[in-house]
Design a protein around this ligand. Structure first.
Ligand code: AR6
Length: 173
């Protein structure tokens, strides 16, 4: 698998699919979720609403993933996943790892060969960037998937440095 780190706005990335760090309600929000809904256009929210009325009446649980079309985005699909809210007193690393594994499983179902990820849970959900990026890189490298290219899309220099360090140390290992 080819792994790239490309700092910037994930809504501009031309991979087959981009991953959204959504919430369980799946009806938009702040952060990368808001940016993706703005860039994809109203049809994205309409498809999310249909999912909530049919297969996802109770919402999307943390650690799981579901696909929609990408509409006005350069990416053909959006894979929505829900990260765990960070808590010092409870280790939710397995749920965060599951976001990456499940997103790649959904990508395989779609036939997506390239997938871009933001740093899931590392914004509003409060996960420390170093830990979030390490879980991201380790989980993607260990995944059993047909996806050939994964692009991590840090939104800040700090996040870029954290992804680079996680990739460097995992490849040394
Ligand atoms: N491209 C790439 N990364 C981005 C972009 C962008 N356009 N915008 C923000 N980021 P967050 P979470 C980074 O808060 O922590 C929403 O309200 C951001 O700097 O978007 O999983 C949802 O609806 C951070 O490093 O997601 C949920 O309620 C990373 O993306 C909740 O926030 C993730 O930050 C999810 O919180």
């Amino acid at each position: 698998m080819n792994i790239e780190i490309r700092k910037g706005d994930i809504t501009k990335v031309h991979t087959d699919a981009i991953v959204n760090a959504a919430n369980s309600k799946l009806l938009g929000g702040g952060g990368v979720d808001g940016a993706i809904h703005r860039a994809a256009g109203k049809q994205l929210l309409a498809e999310c609403r249909r999912l909530r009325e049919t297969t996802l009446q109770d919402g999307l649980p943390a650690g799981q993933a579901v696909a929609t079309d990408g509409y006005d985005l350069p990416a053909r699909w959006v894979i929505h996943t829900v990260g765990p809210v960070y808590a010092k007193t409870k280790d939710k690393s397995d749920i965060l790892a599951s976001c990456y594994r499940e997103s790649l499983r959904v990508a395989d179902e779609l036939g997506a060969k390239s997938v871009a990820f933001p740093a899931i849970s590392a914004g509003i959900y409060g996960w420390p960037m170093d830990s979030a990026t390490r879980i991201a890189v380790d989980t993607v490298l260990a995944a059993d998937t047909q996806v050939g290219t994964v692009v991590f899309v840090p939104f800040s220099e700090d996040a870029e440095g954290a992804f680079q360090e996680a990739l460097r140390t995992s490849r040394d290992a």
